[in-house]
Design a protein around this ligand. Sequence first.
Ligand code: ADP
Ligand code: MG
Length: 664
Amino acid sequence: MAELKDVKGIGPKSLALLNKININTIEDLVTHYPFRYEFLKRSDLSKAEDKEKVIIDGRIESVPILMRFKAGLNKMNFRLVTPSGVVGVSIFNRAFLKSHLTVGTGVTVIGKIDKQKNVITASDIKLETLSNKVKIEPVYHATSGLTNKNLSTYINMGLLMYGREIPDYIPKEYLERYKFSNKKTSLNLIHNPSTEEKLKEVTTRLKYEELFAFMFKINYLKVQNKKKNNGLKRDIDKDKLNKFIENIPFKLTNDQVKAVDEIVKDLEATHRMNRLLQGDVGSGKTIVSFIAMVANYISGYQSALMAPTEILATQHYNNLCKFLKKSKIKVELLTGSTPKKEKTRIYEQLKSGETSIVVGTHALIQDEVEYNNLGLVITDEQHRFGVHQRANLQNKGIKPDVLYMSATPIPRTYALTIFGDMDVSTIKEKPLGRQKIDTYVKKNSEIKDALQMMYEELQNKHQIYVIAPLIEESDNSDMTNVYKLKDQMKLAFKDKYKIDIVHGKMAGAAKDAIMNKFKDGKVDILISTTVIEVGVDVPNATTMVIFDADRFGLSTLHQLRGRVGRGEAKSKCILISDSDTERLKIMETVDDGFEISEEDFKLRGHGDLFGTKQSGDMAFKIANVRSDYKILLQAKKDSKEYLLNKDTDKDELKLKLINSITKG
Ligand code: ADP
Ligand code: MG
C-alpha cells in the first residue's frame, strides 16, 4: 500500500503536521472524520433582517471594481442578480479571485447583509453555485498550520488516488444484508455529503463497521481464551485455604464468598483466568484478592499485585503482611523508590522463587523483573493502567491467571466493550455494620456550617480530608487550590490542629511521608488534590470536605467519599459548590456506586469514568458506545455470528481481523 507522502500535495511539512494529529497512513487520513458539519441553507433576501448572515446564489451582473489600500489590503465590489432581486456585494482581500468573477458567472455568496445599503459584505464567495438547497460542509479537528481546507484537500486527494484500496471491515454478507454502500463511496460521502439523508446513512454504516471490527476482536478473545487450554492446571488444597479464611477476623460477605469461589474455579480450570472483580469502594475487594494469592501460593505459584500508586502499594503490602503474619509466605514490596540494592535482592529472590508474593507499582513490569513461576497477576484499580501495561504484566509469567480489581462500577455498555473479553465477579453487598455516609451539598456562603461540622469532628479526635481541584494559584482559573485552603483552615482552626498538604506534583517519598503521618494520626486535617482518590484506608478519618465539587464527576466524588466511613464512627461528606447543585444533590440520596456511575455516564459520557489515561483504549473514530448503543448491540451479535460461522474461516477479512488482534 502506498504511503501518506505519496498523496499528491502532501510534502514533508504537511506530513509532519499530519503526523502530529496522529495521521500516519492513508487509511488514517481518509478516516479522519469531520467532527461536525456546517449546514449552509440558502437565504431569502426579502425576508432577511438587517445584519443577518445570508447565503445566496446569483449571477455576477457587473465587472468587479477592485480597490487597493495600504499594507496590501484590497476590496472588490460587484452587483449580483439573485432570485430575490439585485444586491451589491463587497469582499475584502480576494483580489486573486477577480479573473474568475466575470460577468454572467454563477456564484454562491456568504456574508452579512446591510438592508439600508442593500449590500452584502461577503466573508466567502464560492465559485460554483450549488444545485441543492443545503450545502453541507465538513469541519475537521485541525492543528495549527493545517487548516480545515488543507485537510479537506488532502483527504479528497487521498480518496481519489487510493480510495479503492482502503480496507472494508464489514463482511460482504452483512453489507448486502443492510444494503450498505461500499467503503469508498461511504468515505466519499462522509467527507462530501450531498444530502443530510445520505450523510446519516453512511455515518451509520461507518459506525457499524467500526463497532463490528471492535466487537469481533472482543468476541474472538473471549472464545479463544475459553477454548484454549492455555492456563495453569493446578489443584488447590481447599482445607489449607479454608484454614486461612477462618483466621480472618471477620466473616466474609456472601458476595465475597461467591467471588472467592469463582476465582478459585478459574485458577483450577485449564483455561486462563481473565476476570474483573468489581465492587463499590469499601466493599472488601482487597481481602478477596489476598485469598486468591494464598490459593495461588498453595498450588505452588508466585503472585504479583500491582497498584497504581506507591501509597496504595505500600498499604496493600502492610495489610498483606498483617494478614500473613502467621504463615511462612514471603512477601516483598517493590516500587520506584525501593533502594537499588534492595531492588537487586528482590529481583534475585523473585527469580529464584524464594519470594512468593510481590506487591508493587509499575516497577513490577520493568524488564529487569523475572519471575520463577508467576501464576497469578492482580491489578488494583485497573482502569488506571492502559491496555499495554496490562498486557506487559501478563507476559511476564508463563501464562499467569489475571484478576483485575476496579472500584469504579462500570455501566453495562462499558462492561460490554472494554471488558467484554473478561468474566466479571461483582461484590454488591457492603460488609456488615457499614454506615451510610451523610452527604451535604453546601454553598460557599454556608462555609460556616461546614467549618462547624469539621470542628465537632476534630473535637471528637477524628481526622478530616479536604479536597481542592487545584494545587496552586492559576491565572486562568479561580478554582480553589490546596495552598489557599491551608491558609483558610489555619485561620479557622488556629494552631490547635495539625494541617498538612499532599498533592500530585510532590515526589513519591514526600507524599508517602505525609500520608503515613496522617495514617498515624499525626495530622488532623489533610488537604489534598484527588491523589488520595483511590484505595487509601484511614479508619479514623470521618469527614470528607470537597471544594469546588462541581469540578468533579459523580464517580470521582463517590470514590473520594469512600475514603471515609471505614471505621466505627458515623461519617460525613460535605460538597461545597455554588453551581451545578442539581447534579451534586444526587450524592445526597444515592450511595450505590453502580447507580452513581450510571448517572455520571448519562451526564458526562465516559470521560470521567476512566480518566484520560485510558481514553486511548476507547478511542473510536466515529462511533460512540453510549449514543450508538443500538448499533453496538447489532454489531456485537453480527460479529459473533460471523466469528462462529465456519464457512467464513478462510475469508481474507476474517484472517485480517484476527491478525490485527495478535499484533495489536
Ligand atoms: P475495597 O473494595 O474498596 O478495596 P477494602 O478491601 O479496602 O475495600 O475493604 C474496606 C475495609 O473493610 C477494610 O478495612 C477491610 O478490612 C474491611 N472488610 C472487608 N471485608 C469485610 C467483611 N466481610 N466484614 C467486615 N469488614 C470487612
Ligand atoms: Mg481497594
